[in-house]
Write a protein that binds this ligand. Structure first.
Ligand code: ZN
Length: 284
């Protein structure tokens, strides 16, 4: 297992961690000044920006981009909306490629307004993925499915475990030496799963672990969406999980992603970055 002490260069900051407080260029500069060499931005931060100019800013700051967050939800009430979602994701993939991102993260979506049919939502995801995968392959980017915690089953994802995400990869891409469809493993979503050792080993054997998010689950969480903890402040066995993920072959950047509306998002960027670097070393 890698020693993360003093190796911020091996770690990434997902810009959501900093609460979108500053314009993207200032966020990138703060991350670079703090000594990190990777950052993953969000589409919402770049919607009024020239993607090319931000790409240049990133490369001038010597910051590489693991992922560009994130997909538009795939299930929808009618065919036209499902078509829009696929095309919108292709446009976002184009931008991800301009930014030099390694993968495009897929949070796939779940029940559209009025639906009670999660089976249908899953079918719509499976129907949409081959076209997206073909587009990704043709343009040289990977697709990383991020399975979410089951608490998000209603509105955000109908893929709710690592094993389900891997089943989807198998169904869509089959077995291949160089997969373009894989998973983004976020400890927040998967830490509780009793099958984790088996599923992480399976993902690693298939070379499908594209990304790795760290944060913590607070014992008395106030908000399932925006009350994530800093590494070390909650109940997740971060070292144990990182050990399994790295033993399975993952050697990419360890990415900090903390949604925390009432705590970390209210702190100055510099303070959050400094504490994140320290906790990567001591508690991750
Ligand atoms: Zn995540």
């Amino acid at each position: 297992m890698r020693d993360l002490a003093g190796t911020k260069e091996a770690c990434s900051i997902n810009t959501a961690t900093l609460g979108f407080q500053k314009p993207i260029r200032q966020t990138i500069d703060a991350i670079a000044r703090a000594g990190f060499r990777y950052a993953s931005p969000w589409r919402r931060e770049l919607k009024d920006e020239s993607i090319k100019a931000v790409a240049k800013h990133l490369s001038d700051a010597k910051i590489a981009v693991p992922g560009y967050y994130r997909s538009t939800f795939l299930p929808a009430a009618d065919k036209a909306q499902r078509r829009f979602a696929i095309d919108d994701n292709k446009r976002a993939m184009d931008d991800a490629i301009t930014l030099g991102a390694e993968y495009f993260p897929l949070v796939v979506g779940s029940l559209h307004e009025g639906s009670k049919n999660i089976t249908e939502a899953r079918k719509q995801v499976l129907d949409a993925l081959p076209e997206l995968l073909e587009y990704a392959r043709r343009n040289g980017i990977k697709l990383a499915i991020e399975p979410l915690h089951p608490v998000y089953a209603a509105d955000r994802s109908c893929i709710l475990s690592l094993s389900h995400a891997l089943d989807v990869c198998d169904a869509i891409e089959g077995t291949t030496r160089e997969p373009s469809l894989g998973i983004l493993f976020d400890v927040y979503h998967c830490w509780w799963d009793h099958n984790l050792p088996h599923d992480i080993a399976r993902a690693g054997a298939q070379r499908r672990i594209f990304g790795f998010h760290v944060n913590d689950w607070l014992r008395n969480t106030n908000d399932i969406l925006n009350d994530r903890g800093m590494m070390g402040d909650g109940v997740i066995d971060l070292r144990g999980i990182r050990g399994m993920v790295e033993a399975a072959g993952f050697n990419g950047p360890v990415e900090v992603e903390i949604f925390s509306a009432n705590d970390w998002w209210k702190k100055p960027l510099e303070e959050t970055l400094k504490i994140a670097a320290a906790r990567l070393a001591t508690s991750t």
